[in-house]
Design a protein around this ligand. Structure first.
Ligand code: SF4
Length: 345
């Protein structure tokens, strides 16, 4: 069992099931979230035989840092090796008043966006809740994490149960105690899961990776759109916004060759107005595996002007960690493979 995949209540149930008093479970739970505690033996006052039993029963750390790159702007990208040898990326993005961690929800991704290196080889497996929580803990030791965004590899709504379990664990008041509003789940559009999220976790922020507001363009760059076209997606979004009174975000990667015409801007603004959504524009960062072209500053400015003129509210996202390839969709399989090969030599 992954220790960090359990809520406090689940740990209590386990403890009472083997005849331990509930206070022991509480002592363990609060203890293991302290930054200076690295194992059961570090918790004061635990009987020695119990420490042995816990060590047999639970896995504490499901991953280890394989490589680490630090950007000049303070962004840290960690490549974590899971126990089955798979690699995932998580990125720490500190600012003066926040520490955001961008986490992965799956190994690889089934969505296959044409501008993203993570999705080029499909999905390998879902991450467990413990593996998701660990990505935050990994960076939490450096500085307390204030915000979590599910924008690493994977489609979080395809790993719905484990993603939500990770949110519940991280929100535990006697653990890290992170408020629900500090989580952003970014999806490329899974209609029924969007509806479920409105019921299950209405306080979590939803970001929709829209990237094009017409089916023809979106079919091309976000292949999931062929399965659930914009009509289906918008019907789910309509239901979502009826139930959830929170501002959502539309993510839009700017590809000079694909989605930056004046018509694209008009359609995007129209969609954003329908939901009162804020638009995050992300100028594409070229990766060798994708056919797309990075826009010039003039092209970005023209697109912003057109969206604004059409009544959309947008900001251009700063490229944090661009010098270490930590920007969205930059997980490079080749680079990882090279690192792994090197490691095995
Ligand atoms: S951008 Fe996100 S959804 Fe699209 S392939 Fe990459 S990881 Fe998957």
């Amino acid at each position: 069992m992954d220790f960090y995949g359990l809520t406090q209540e689940e740990l209590r149930t386990w403890a009472t099931g083997i005849g331990l008093p509930a206070f022991r479970a509480n002592q363990l739970f609060t203890g293991l979230y302290r930054p200076d505690v690295m194992g059961f033996a570090d918790i004061k006052g635990l009987p020695r035989d119990l420490i042995g039993r816990l060590a047999n029963e639970f896995r504490l750390f499901p991953a280890e840092e394989h490589t680490r790159q630090e950007s000049r702007d303070g962004t840290v990208k960690s490549l974590l090796r899971l126990q089955d040898g798979k690699l995932i990326e998580c990125v720490s993005i500190p600012t003066s008043d926040r520490h955001t961690v961008c986490v992965s929800s799956q190994v690889g991704c089934a969505v296959g966006c044409t501008f993203c290196a993570s999705g080029q080889n499909g999905v390998e497996r879902d991450l467990t809740a413990g593996e998701i929580v660990y990505q935050i803990l990994h960076h939490h030791r450096r500085r307390p994490v204030t915000n979590v965004v599910f924008m690493g590899s994977g489609e979080p709504l395809f790993n719905y149960a484990n993603v939500l379990q990770a949110v519940r664990v991280l929100a535990e008041p006697e653990g890290l105690g992170m408020g629900r509003r500090r989580f952003t789940i970014s999806t490329s559009g899974v209609p029924n899961r969007i509806r479920s999220l409105a019921q299950d976790e209405p306080q979590v922020t939803l970001a929709l990776s829209i990237h094009a507001a017409d089916d023809e363009t979106r079919n091309r760059i976000v292949p999931l759109n062929r399965r659930w076209p914009l009509d289906d997606l918008m019907s789910a979004m309509d239901d979502y916004s009826t139930l959830v009174n929170r501002r959502m975000t539309l993510e839009y990667v700017l590809l000079a060759d694909a989605n930056m015409s004046p018509e694209h801007a008009d359609r995007l603004a129209l969609l954003a107005r329908r939901y009162g959504a804020h638009i995050n524009l992300i100028p594409f960062n070229p990766v060798t595996e994708t056919p797309h072209i990075r826009p010039t500053t003039t092209q970005v400015d023209a697109f912003v002007a057109r969206v604004t003129e059409a009544g959309g509210h947008c900001t251009v996202r700063g490229q944090r960690g661009a010098d270490i390839d930590a920007a969205c969709g930059q997980l490079k399989k080749k680079q990882i493979q090279a690192t792994v090969d090197h490691h095995h030599e």
